[in-house]
Design a protein around this ligand. Structure first.
Ligand code: OOB
Length: 536
């Protein structure tokens, strides 16, 4: 078993197997199976390529052989940083098949994150595009390769220059694949994080296959489903809720969009008769606002899933009248627990709640600050344990002590209310995080980086309200040296390679921070002071 992975206690693992949650299947076997069952169905489309299930499986096998020949072995970590392209699907399945572990990162990650992921996971390979969205990933790769000694291979999609060209890896030479078990770790997913840099989340084949199967059931994914993916495909939500894996499980079709812009996405919906969409609230709001001025025929749409951050009831009410499709709210987390509103729920529930857990074996508690369960209807901390919620972050024993209870419940950091029927309403957050349109920013990570600037005496990042994004980030800064400008501070963060979405949207210089009675910075008061400034 992978070092740094926390398995379930034996009795609970046995229970999840006994009741049929864990079936011992791997994600690679799933594709093998579906390629037989749905051979001629189209599996995946991007702006350049279309592959059927049998073609996809064949390409994946050829790539898996090439990866083995290159020297990638079972349990090797491979940092994957790709946008929404067919190559992404090919590479992750090839890694699954040989038991190597993709470490998922986002196209918006930069040196700060990629170097950390490569170093922390002792990655053997890093795979990225040549360039995308105006950014050259090869120069990033060069920098990281020099500094991380474990990195033996850099694989590049496109103009690879001195790196291994992705296309050169496909080979018909056949090597036997290592055997991979359902109980083994399939990949490392990123957490939103609240302390320092992102923690990594090890998910096993068994639990992820269960997630996929349940999502397919609750979102009614079938062979006729056409899913448009506009969010970054490596995020847990478009990956498995129901995501690309759910669609492949059911034999449906995935359409990968290179951009979430309606100018790109709406023509794709019309062209491919898309039936299902996954959005974050910030995008849903934008799409709701611009839909009336677009002429494309979107009548094929049946379900729009919205999740990743809170979707207001006000916005939720507009989905059906404007898009003439069903809304399904999803409240999930890369650590595991996923809640859906059900497709046969009354409007009242779909509009006002974030759904209920998808498995009957999900255990969900709402507790006070002393971990005492609260009566139904009262808002408190959400704790959860279950067949697909992790028991520990990867190689993080100290953090795990705090992030999990003694009996294995994950402290989500979310403040929720539970209804009589078991639905959850997200009321807020106890974790020190900004949810910027579904992208999570750990305040501490950005604060630490700001503190490295010689002119900064102290820094505190808080969320500020924003119509589209839900939240944006605001950095309150006490300066040592008044000559520095906001622009210089932002460039400083950029130059240190911080992911673009983590650069504070606003910077405010202050003389001092309000303190709590314990003498800690009161972020609540900082937020209030921001709102006051906004009103004046
Ligand atoms: C999804 O996963 P992560 O890991 O990026 O973020 C999880 C956190 C949750 O703990 C919560 O704070 C927030 O994102 N969140 C929501 C929400 N969905 C997620 N807050 C309010 N309302 C919602 N509907 O974001 C994710 C993973 C799988 C499926 C869907 C979302």
């Amino acid at each position: 078993m992978l070092d740094g992975f926390t398995p379930r206690p034996d009795d609970r693992a046995a229970f999840y197997r006994e009741v049929g949650c864990w079936e011992g299947l791997t994600i690679g076997q799933m594709l093998e199976d579906r390629a037989r069952q749905f051979a001629e169905n189209v599996a995946v489309i991007d702006h350049e390529r279309t592959l059927t299930y049998s073609q996809l499986n064949e390409r994946v096998n050829q790539l898996a052989n090439g990866l083995l020949l290159l020297g990638i072995q079972k349990e090797d970590r491979v940092v994957v940083q790709l946008p929404n392209v067919v190559g992404y699907v090919e590479i992750v399945f090839a890694l699954f098949k040989i038991g190597a572990l993709p470490v998922f990162s986002l196209p918006s990650h930069r040196y700060n994150e990629i170097r950390y992921f490569c170093e922390f996971t002792e990655a053997k390979a890093y795979i990225a595009m040549d360039s995308f969205g105006g950014f050259d990933y090869r120069s990033l790769a060069r920098q990281v390769q020099q500094e991380v000694s474990s990195l033996e291979h850099i694989i590049n999609l496109g103009d690879a220059q001195e790196f291994v060209p992705f296309d050169s890896l496909f080979t018909t030479q056949s090597i036997s694949f290592p055997s991979v078990k359902g109980s083994e770790v399939a990949f490392l997913q990123l957490s939103g994080g609240s302390t320092g840099i992102s923690k990594l989340i090890p998910r096993t084949h068994d639990e992820y296959m269960y997630t996929i199967k349940l999502s397919v059931e609750h979102c009614h994914v079938t062979e006729d489903t056409v899913l448009l993916v506009v969010l970054p495909v490596s995020h847990n939500y478009p990956m498995s809720s129901p995501g690309i894996l759910g669609v492949l499980y059911a034999g449906g079709k995935i359409v990968l969009s290179s951009s979430p812009s309606p100018d790109v996405a709406f023509p794709l919906i019309e062209k491919h008769r898309v039936t299902m969409l996954q959005l974050v609230p910030s995008l849903a709001l934008h799409w709701l606002d611009v839909k009336p001025i677009h002429k494309e025929d979107l009548s094929s749409l049946e379900v729009m899933l919205v999740g990743g951050s809170k979707f207001s009831a006000q916005a939720a009410k507009r989905v059906r009248p404007i898009f003439d499709c069903q809304l399904q709210q999803v409240f999930g987390m890369a650590e595991g627990l996923v809640n859906y509103t059900r497709l046969d729920d009354p409007d009242e529930i779909v509009i006002h709640t974030q759904g209920r857990p998808m498995s009957p074996y999900d255990e969900v508690k709402v507790v006070d600050d002393e971990d005492q369960e609260l009566p139904i209807g009262e808002a408190g901390h959400l704790l959860t344990r279950g067949p697909y919620t992790i028991q520990g972050y990867y190689k993080a024993p100290e953090h795990n002590e705090k992030a999990f209870t003694k009996d294995g419940f994950y402290r989500t950091g979310d403040i929720v209310r539970k209804t009589e029927d078991g639905y959850l309403i997200v009321e807020g957050r106890a974790k020190d995080q900004i949810n910027r349109g579904g992208e999570k920013i750990a305040a501490e990570e950005v604060e630490n980086m700001l503190l490295a600037h010689p002119a900064v005496h102290d820094a505190a990042i808080v969320a500020m309200p924003d119509y589209y994004m839900g939240e944006k980030s605001c950095a309150f800064i006490i300066l040592r040296n008044p000559d520095v400008t906001k622009r210089q501070l932002k460039s400083f963060l950029r130059e240190r390679g911080l992911a673009t979405y983590k650069i504070p949207d606003e910077i405010l210089f202050v003389e001092s921070f309000p303190l709590t009675h314990l003498g800690k910075v009161s972020k609540k008061d900082l937020r209030l002071s921001f709102e006051k400034q906004l009103h004046t």
